[in-house]
Design a protein around this ligand. Structure first.
Ligand SMILES: C[S@@+](CC[C@H](N)C(=O)[O-])C[C@H]1O[C@@H](n2cnc3c(N)ncnc32)[C@H](O)[C@@H]1O
Length: 376
């Protein structure tokens, strides 16, 4: 399925939910308030939102994770009928602003009708895709999202867009489902499970790599095992709770003085090789020769580069839980590349340009500059 087809499928599904023609999907039950309580919303919060704003479509409480402050500007990715936006509006107060983005016309109409019921002047809803946010650069203090990014066919782009619209030092506060292990083929191809926030869930390492690539720092992905009970009801009897879990995902855009210096430790977890660079033995792989030269260049740029050879330093692999997790999936996950302890690439030796982009430094051989160099 191509990206547009996936978005059309998701739009149809949530359009039907907004129009009341289809049962809520992510949480699979009309008892929306009960579901919200189980996701951490309090009675005071539930009393604060207009009827019809909580459709029971979330999988966490992102505006609570965001620790919103009076006066802040908040963008909600995939705002649905406006549930989290109305709660955020109360927290940022009249001096703040909340912008909900949703690509589904029916959902947008519902959110706007809900806004009219409460008359909040500091909330607005805009039609748009989270991969192409209709929001200005460097304008938001917080980007939040509740159970939406899993539905996107272009998740790396979603994080790049979130990074773009955040002010320096701005926060990302997301609740979403993440994959624990690969889905069986039939489940992975099930469009109902895709729209139901199961089949599109990315693995934590993938999400982390996309966020880091976008430029985020202080990335945390905290799985919530207690969400198992909730998720079980999304597709009763199918065992989806064994494959996905709800997670709290937070990160920060570096402040103006932090910049590229935030990412300086590059670690390479190589498969077992004849020597530390693999540039040895009778038949030398040219990819490894180029990669060794690229690492030398990065070291000259001030990056702290360390290589670990599985044959010689297995303890280094065991010391990084993310690496252990990938290796449990298969040895073909090697080589693994980590920046500041977090995985950014799996199963390939990236090119110099790719490494430079991930590290946020300029590659002079590249025809253009890296996204963070500010010259493109
Ligand atoms: C599972 S619902 C969550 C709604 C809301 N966050 C909540 O918790 O009530 C997903 C929402 O995201 C919207 N959505 C899904 N993919 C989107 C995309 N690529 N761009 C914009 N909106 C999207 C859908 O239209 C739907 O309203």
């Amino acid at each position: 399925m191509n990206e547009n087809d996936q978005r059309a499928l998701v739009r149809d599904r949530y359009g039907a939910i907004a129009a009341g023609a289809s049962a809520p999907s992510c949480c699979g039950t009309p008892k929306a308030d009960d579901m919200a309580r189980r996701m951490g919303y309090g009675e005071a919060e539930l009393a604060l939102v207009p009827d019809g704003a909580n459709l029971g479509l979330g999988c966490g409480n992102p505006q609570a994770i965001g620790a919103l402050q009076p006066g802040e500007v908040v963008v909600d990715l995939g705002s649905g009928a406006g549930f989290d936006c109305f709660l955020a509006a109360a927290q940022v107060g009249p001096g703040g602003r909340v912008i909900g983005i949703d690509m589904t016309h029916e959902m947008l109409a519902k959110a706007r009708a809900n806004a009219a019921k409460v008359g909040h002047a500091n909330v607005e809803f805009r039609l748009g895709e989270i991969e192409h946010l209709p929001v200005a650069d460097n304008s938001a203090d917080v980007v939040m999202s509740n159970c939406v990014i899993n539905l996107s066919p272009a998740k790396a782009q979603v994080f790049a867009e979130a990074f773009r619209v955040l002010k320096p030092g701005g926060r990302l506060a997301v609740s979403d489902v993440v994959g624990l292990k690969p889905l069986p083929a039939a489940m992975a191809a099930d469009s109902g499970l895709l729209c139901g926030c199961v089949a599109g869930a990315a693995r934590p390492a993938e999400l982390e790599a996309w966020m880091r690539q976008a430029g985020f720092i202080d990335i945390r992905i905290e799985e919530k095992p207690e969400s198992r009970e909730l998720i079980k009801d999304w597709a009763p009897g199918q065992g989806v709770e064994d494959h996905v879990v709800s997670a709290v995902i937070t990160a920060r855009k570096p402040g103006t003085s932090e910049g590229a210096a935030a990412m300086t430790k590059l670690e390479i977890y190589d498969p077992a090789m004849c020597c530390s660079t693999g540039v040895c033995g009778p038949q030398v792989d040219p990819t490894l020769v180029t990669f060794a030269a690229d690492l030398k260049w990065l070291a000259e740029q001030g990056v702290a580069v360390t290589r670990y050879n599985l044959g010689q330093e297995p303890q280094a692999f065991a010391a990084n839980p993310e690496v252990v997790r990938e290796m449990e999936i298969g040895m073909d996950r090697l080589p693994i590349i980590a920046i500041d302890g977090h995985i950014v690439s799996i199963g390939i030796y990236p090119t110099r340009a790719q490494l430079a982009a991930k590290l946020g430094i300029k590659d002079p051989a590249s025809p253009c500059c890296t996204p963070k160099s500010g010259c493109c």
